[in-house]
Design a protein around this ligand. Structure first.
Ligand SMILES: Cc1cc2nc3c(=O)[nH]c(=O)nc-3n(C[C@H](O)[C@H](O)[C@H](O)COP(=O)(O)O)c2cc1C
Length: 186
């Protein structure tokens, strides 16, 4: 299982990066995990894309998304919305429309922010954006306040860890089912 991790914060000590790391810990030992720094991507421009000039970082990113069996996105709320870097990454992965790298890909969405309601709002936005992009976001994702997720010396709060484990388990089930469908169709 090939999992691509995208983080909406580049801050040292990012809580969203820590949340994503806790989710990755719950993956099966043989999962192959890669991370792409979405701030390497240029701001999406359809004319530049049509001219094939978005550059090597976009090509590498689209190939990584296309190769992923599943994607994990973790982003903070920035002024009530997902981080711009993550939104741009979704836009880039949603094109070309007829052959979008993200199409059909299961995506688990995580958000932790100071305000848990802001985190939930961001998860809802990411799910909507992914759905319009043609991806397959999970129905049950993880939105949590920073004070709740990181309330002890443990990497992440126990109840939050259980939610992350359930989310990862759902991704693993979906990927296994899709592999089974492909095998029986072959
Ligand atoms: C530009 C900016 C906007 C923010 N807007 C919100 C917000 O709307 N709601 C909220 O709960 N926290 C907001 N925060 C606080 C973030 O939740 C907090 O800084 C969080 O730690 C960022 O995630 P990170 O730790 O992964 O970098 C904002 C932070 C920044 C830098």
């Amino acid at each position: 299982m090939n999992v691509l991790v995208l983080i909406g914060s580049t801050r040292n000590g990012s809580f969203n990066a820590r949340l994503a790391a806790a989710a990755v810990e719950a993956l099966p030992a043989d999962a192959q995990v890669s991370r792409f720094d979405v701030t390497r991507l240029p701001f999406y421009d359809a004319d530049t894309d049509a001219a094939g000039e978005l550059g090597p970082d976009v090509a590498e990113f689209r190939a990584a998304v296309a190769a992923a069996d599943a994607v994990l996105i973790a982003t903070p709320a920035y002024n009530g919305s997902m981080s711009g870097a993550v939104k741009n990454a979704i836009d880039v992965a949603s094109r070309p429309r007829e052959d979008a790298p993200i199409a059909g890909t299961p995506v688990g969405v995580l958000s932790t922010s100071l305000n848990p309601r802001a985190a939930q709002g961001v998860v809802d936005q990411v799910v909507l954006s992914l759905t319009i992009a043609g991806a397959a976001p999970l129905q049950h994702n993880v939105a949590v306040g920073i004070n709740e997720a990181f309330d002890s010396d443990a990497p992440v709060d126990t109840a939050v860890h259980e939610r992350l484990t359930a989310l990862v388990g759902e991704l693993v089930r979906i990927v296994a089912n899709e592999a089974g469908d492909r095998a029986s169709a072959a």
